[in-house]
Write a protein that binds this ligand. Structure first.
Ligand SMILES: NC(=O)c1ccc[n+]([C@@H]2O[C@H](COP(=O)([O-])OP(=O)(O)OC[C@H]3O[C@@H](n4cnc5c(N)ncnc54)[C@H](OP(=O)(O)O)[C@@H]3O)[C@@H](O)[C@H]2O)c1
Length: 352
């Protein structure tokens, strides 16, 4: 019998960490020992395969003893440990933004650019949660006509901003619900305190995800542009996004206009998407919503049509799970790829 891997999860108690553990629990991924970590601010444990496993604060020694570490905590923590772990022989899959644009770190979505993985590059970045669904849906269209320009409005769920943001949303939603329970059809919505977000999110939306850069784009909008260019190896790909936070718990939705160098008809796009891994194509007249389809593995693509504003441009509607394909599932798929290639193996005595 093959020995199991020693797997660390940094940020195991967060939104992505919880989903990652649930997913690993259900998978056949061969875990010999699981080492979950939290901030250590409270004594906590996570459930895994019928056991309660303590999730203490980080320990460098424990991390260095792992075969594989998932970093699902913060940019700061990833910057602190990512390179050191990889140099020491640990495979590191990082879902933060810390290394995505580093020239020596592969940014990977297996359906899009598995070929960019390298045996000697043990630090691997996963994409931003908005980029993930977009790239999976546009890959088959790229293969047909080569991407030239992508324009998009994204409607992004609150869980994309982490656990504290969700609690802020729920507190605001409870306050608003009380004000809406009378018979007045236009009641005054109470002033809602916002701390994590720049504006209240319950009963609201706002076009700001991250801070503003010098040209007026937010950091989220810049991430999508830069990551798309890196993932597709298209340095000049034009990408324009307006990223909007909406009062949805889970599942990012994207309205996309994609222009290709060679025209791709809606029928060709639909046929290519139907064959593509990780994609579910919806029949004309039907479409996914984040409430119903925002949780799950596939990237949902619907309303594929000519854009009406360019002969080489299509419009479409995409919904994908920011916590799964946007982070945890993508990371597990990367780990499975490393194993399939025989690169990720138990290193020492800890892996029994
Ligand atoms: N949410 C998404 O949709 C999404 C998608 C793609 C990528 N990401 C990235 O994934 C990472 C995690 O996001 P999230 O949404 O899961 O965040 P989250 O819900 O806020 O969870 C953060 C996790 O990090 C832990 N943590 C905080 N400070 C720490 C420290 N000093 N040392 C060790 N652990 C610490 C927390 O532990 P405690 O429980 O002890 O506080 C918690 O487990 C971020 O880098 C984010 O950018 C998120």
């Amino acid at each position: 019998m093959t020995r199991g891997l020693r797997v660390g999860v940094v940020g195991a108690t967060g939104m992505v960490g919880r989903v990652l553990l649930e997913r690993l629990e259900r998978s056949r991924f061969p875990i010999g020992s699981l080492l979950p970590f939290s901030s250590g601010r409270k004594q906590v444990a996570v459930s895994f395969r019928g056991r309660r496993v303590p999730a203490p604060g980080l320990s460098r020694t424990a991390l260095l003893s792992c075969d594989l570490v998932f970093l699902v905590s913060s940019d700061e923590i990833s910057l602190k440990y990512g390179r050191e772990l990889a140099r020491s022989g640990v495979w590191v899959i990082d879902d933060s933004a810390a290394f995505r644009m580093a020239a020596d770190v592969p940014l990977i979505i297996p359906e899009v650019n598995e070929g960019a993985l390298r045996r000697n590059k043990r630090l691997i970045a996963g994409p931003n949660c908005t980029t993930a669904g977009l790239a999976v849906a546009l890959k088959p269209i790229h293969e047909k006509g080569t991407l030239e320009r992508v324009r998009m409005a994204s409607y992004q769920a609150v869980s994309g901003a982490g656990r504290q943001a969700l609690f802020e949303f729920y507190a605001q939603a409870r306050r608003s619900a009380r004000a809406l329970s009378g018979s007045n059809p236009l009641p005054a919505v109470p002033r809602l305190a916002a701390d994590i977000f720049p504006k209240p999110i319950a009963m609201n939306l706002f076009p700001q995800i991250g801070g503003f850069g010098p040209e007026g784009d937010t950091s989220e909008e810049l991430k999508v542009r830069r990551e798309m260019r890196k993932l597709f190896g298209l340095a000049k790909l034009e990408v324009s996004t307006t990223a909007v936070r909406v009062p949805v718990i889970r599942g990012h939705s994207l309205a996309v206009w994609v222009q290709t160098r060679r025209a791709v008809s809606p029928a060709t796009a639909r046929a290519a998407l139907k064959k593509a891994p990780g994609v579910r194509v919806w029949a004309e007249g039907r479409y996914p919503t984040p409430l119903a389809e925002g949780t799950g593995d596939p990237t949902h693509v619907a309303r594929i049509r000519r854009s009406g504003t360019g002969s080489r441009e299509l419009s479409m509607w995409i919904v994908s799970d920011n916590l799964l394909k946007g982070a945890a599932l993508n990371s597990i798929q990367i780990a499975e790829t490393l194993r399939r290639r025989g690169w990720l193996k138990p290193r020492g005595k800890g892996g029994a």
